[in-house]
Design a protein around this ligand. Sequence first.
Ligand code: NAD
Length: 431
Amino acid sequence: MATAKAAPQPIPRIAPREDLNPHRIAQIQFDLAAEYLKLDPGLRQILRSPKRVLEVSVPTKMDNGQVKVFTGYRVQHNVARGPAKGGIRYHPNVTLDEVKALATWMTWKTAAVNIPFGGGKGGVICDAKRMSKGELERMTRRYASEILPLIGPEQDIPAPDVYTDSQTMAWIMDTYSMTKGYSSLGVVTGKPVSIGGSEGRKEATARGCMVVTEEACKLKKMSLRGASVAIQGFGNAGSLVARLFAEKKSRIVAISDSRGGVFNSCGIDPLKAMRYKERSGTVVGMPGTSRISNDDLLTMKCDILVPAALENVITLNNADQIKAKVVAEAANGPTTPHADEVLARKGITLLPDILANAGGVTASYFEWVQDLQSLFWPLSEVNAKLESVMRRAFQEAYETMRKHRTHMRTGAYILAVGRVADATLVRGLFP
Ligand code: NAD
């Protein structure tokens, strides 16, 4: 009897076993480190969840005269080692769990580079790309006033993240200052230099990423010179990563943004790509390049892959197809825990977000210190201090990884979680 041939099943985009909730992923990553550190169950409970969560309504007058109410969040995960610190994201897909995850990662990040901050994050659910400058300003000022009870130079210090920038920070600084009645420089970082921003802050995330990648490459006996680099996300972090790697004579073979990617095996000039994106709003269509999808960019043959956009782009779905020798996470949360295991099995060196993109918060710390002291440093001093912090953090994470015979993410987590746990224990439990 002839049997009907089964119709080919479509390959599911997301492997069914994988939980892509970013907060749960952050908790899985923490649990692993807590296990290595043999943390007490009570301490685990404290460190697993955010300390404070605020949800706000942000009524905003739009250009057409109508009022639109946006939802925003500010989460403080932990402040045991200093004020909460973390960016503000404007994106249609912002969720409370995403903000909780990002705040948690900030706690481990500030501890991994050993700067005296805790972790926080904020977000507003909005499509910033479709809003006018006036709408963004009004929404930002109202959001800032709604989260005012939480923020302040000694409490919680926001910074830019996806689709926010130095202008956004200037509006928040002004709103906070007007409410207080005096100018408060230290309430946000990533500000324009003219109002207390730091030299070198804009490119610090990228510089830190480049420095730790260089350290990892030295250990793998790879040189940045001539290395092929693919970068997903050509925003603040990604475009400057491209520029700094190109300065090291690496070959930028592919870049992308939310509309797609472009490819040239001989190398793409990042400065030309920045100018092209500024004019046309995307890198797609840049002369001298061919089109590539974001998915294909991630799995293309290259020496160094830099995810610099959003979470959950390297999953069980594509991890076994990654061909890069080094993955440097400029973005927060681009790789899932299952994908981590696959990459480790394949011998790919993964530089985790809490280390690879910690240059941004490190320079933010320098900015805050300069604001509080009203004494500003030249670019050379900022860069030298930044490089020294990043090289030391890499070394410490690497040594921790070796000691525990694990991979770099867990090494960095053991280092960071251990520091926060120590601070929590020595302070004791209030009351
Ligand atoms: P940005 O808004 O400047 O740039 C984001 C880029 O990602 C844009 O080019 C956008 O087109 C692209 N993008 C958006 N959706 C995409 C998609 N689905 N596929 C491919 N590309 C997409 O933001 P940013 O500040 O560069 O932040 C990027 C990542 O780096 C985020 O994960 C952020 O949390 C992380 N990060 C940023 C900083 C910083 O200082 N800016 C610091 C640490 C970590």
